[in-house]
Design a protein around this ligand. Structure first.
Ligand SMILES: Cc1ncc(COP(=O)(O)O)c(C=O)c1O
Length: 519
């Protein structure tokens, strides 16, 4: 059968002037030139004109024929020209192109689609990622937080993000740097952004770094993946906190790393190990505010950890994801700032400070690792959006970043106090709150362990979605608790959710308990 696209159908022999089928609606919101463009294009795609009669009438004739202005006709024809539907012949006029652009754009559908019966082979790498979700459960991302007041942990108040300021700075960045922001760009990241972040970290996190140590990444997860790939061979050991941020396990599993969970005590990660336990090449920690328990790593534990890493040739991965939101006392300096042996890979993210949708974060690389990190990024996905990076650089240097942090810290402090007060009033009979010094989450320990399945079911049914603490545990056997987020919702919304939870627990909880007793 002849290929319809490579050999277009014979077009009917008539002049293209026979565009009497064009119907222009002057009351429509679609501009007249767009209507004209669309209808001529569709007529050309129908392929009813022979090459011999494919000359277009002049714009004047077409305008007179349809009762519209010549500039409207010219606008429509120039778009058809630009897209390749028309060609000009010097001195002879405008003609329909021999081959319409669709010829080069639309693939032929294969005739018969044969579904493969055998199960598809999936790599061991995918199987190694600890994640029980399937299908569209992934559509809500790692947090599972949909719209609504769910009290899901770790969600910042994105509705407070200054979108208008961001849009203005983005327009300014584009106006200044123009097409340079549209090209492939540096694998390390925008130099203005690296300078701004280095200055911020030195001033506020007591870090010790210069812009060449900064590598811009697509958030904390990518920082972890790049670091793990740079310092660990598949099968080598990383220690992680237990309980731990669930994405850390997933990322390190993807990197083929052997994970050894380490417990948390009231000083932070426990370093002591049995003689049989293999030594780590990397140790993942959240010293500012342990996720999810909220412990701030003490100064003694920080120095002990640095000594251990130095003695055993290991790197520490410092995930400083929400250090900015502290509510009691000044923060301890970042581990990176007290490391004098290039053992700390420090990483930050804008996911909590600004919003997770930007997918921007940064690594402060120990000098000997910089090239390896950049090499991996270049092989992975090259770089983050230059437009977003340039906008963020302006956002920081023009003072909006700091002012946003200060404003959000105040909002979060109010919401946190409100959450604690309301929670204790409404649910204090069932839970004991463990209030951390920092962060966007609070752990609520159950007073009666046996209530856990009932409480879990009720929270799920009413759409309140704290995570079970056990979700973050690997080997740790902790008492049952729920991890609540409070940051993304107004006091009124927080109260509504807590009232709903308290009354559901009162009515259904009593029914369920009663049913259990009478069985
Ligand atoms: C411990 C921890 N690190 C990092 C992040 C954010 O990571 P990302 O920058 O990939 O959004 C979170 C988000 O909840 C977190 O809890």
């Amino acid at each position: 059968m002849p290929n319809r696209k490579s050999r277009p159908q014979k077009r009917r022999r008539r002049s293209i002037i026979a565009f009497e089928m064009i119907r222009l609606d002057r009351t429509a919101t679609e501009p007249l030139h767009e209507q004209l463009y669309r209808q001529i294009r569709d007529e050309l795609k129908s392929g009813r004109f022979s090459d011999a009669s494919s000359r277009l009438p002049s714009s004047r004739d077409l305008a007179t024929d349809r009762g519209i202005s010549r500039s409207t006709v010219r606008l429509a024809l120039s778009k058809l020209h630009a897209e390749g539907y028309l060609r000009s012949k010097a001195g002879s006029g405008t003609f329909v192109a021999n081959l319409l652009p669709e010829t080069f754009l639309t693939a032929d559908r294969p005739k018969a689609y044969q579904p493969i019966e055998r199960p598809i082979r999936i790599s061991d790498r995918v199987r190694a990622i600890p994640d029980a979700r399937v299908g569209n459960q992934f559509d809500l991302g790692a947090t599972g937080a949909g719209a609504g007041v769910s009290l899901v942990a770790s969600i910042p108040a994105v509705d407070e993000f200054p979108i208008a300021v961001w849009e203005r700075l983005r327009a300014q960045a584009l106006a200044k740097k123009g097409v340079n922001l549209l090209r492939y760009s540096s694998n390390r990241g925008d130099i203005d952004l690296r300078k701004a972040i280095a200055a911020y970290l030195c001033d506020f996190r007591a870090a010790h770094c210069h812009p060449d140590q900064i590598v811009i990444v697509a958030g904390m997860q990518q920082a972890m993946l790049i670091s793990a790939m740079a310092v660990l061979n598949p099968g080598e050991v990383a220690w992680i906190e237990d309980p731990c941020y669930q994405q850390t396990r997933r990322v390190l599993s993807l990197a083929g790393v052997k994970i050894i969970p380490k417990p948390i005590d009231n000083q932070g990660i426990v370093i002591a190990r049995s003689p049989k336990e293999p030594l780590p090449r990397m140790i993942y920690v959240t010293p500012s505010h342990q996720f999810p328990l909220g412990v701030t790593m003490t100064f003694q534990r920080r120095t002990a950890l640095l000594d251990f890493a130095r003695a055993h040739d290991a790197f520490i991965f410092e995930d400083d994801y929400d250090a900015e939101f502290r509510f009691t006392g000044p923060p301890l300096p970042a581990l990176q700032g007290i490391d004098n042996a290039s053992r700390v890979i420090y990483a930050g993210t804008v996911s909590k400070i600004l919003c997770p949708g930007l997918r921007l974060g940064y690594i402060v690389a120990p000098e000997p690792l910089i090239d390896s990190f950049v090499k991996i990024r270049s092989a992975m996905d090259q770089h983050s959006s230059p437009i977003d990076q340039a906008t963020l650089a302006r956002f920081i240097t023009e003072g909006f970043f700091l002012s946003h942090i200060k404003r959000m810290r105040k909002i979060y402090a109010e919401r946190r106090d409100f959450f604690i007060k309301q929670f204790n009033e409404l649910l204090g009979d069932r839970f004991t709150l463990q209030v951390p010094e920092a962060g966007l989450n609070i752990v609520a320990w159950l007073k009666r362990e046996e209530d856990f399945p009932m409480i879990k079911r009720i929270t799920f049914d009413i759409g309140v979605r704290p995570s079970a603490l056990s979700f973050f545990c690997i080997q740790a056997k902790l008492k049952p608790a729920l991890v609540f987020g409070f940051a993304a919702w107004t006091p009124t919304q927080i109260r509504e959710s807590l009232v709903k939870l308290a009354s559901a627990l009162r009515s259904r909880g009593n029914d369920l308990n009663h049913g259990r007793q009478s069985r």
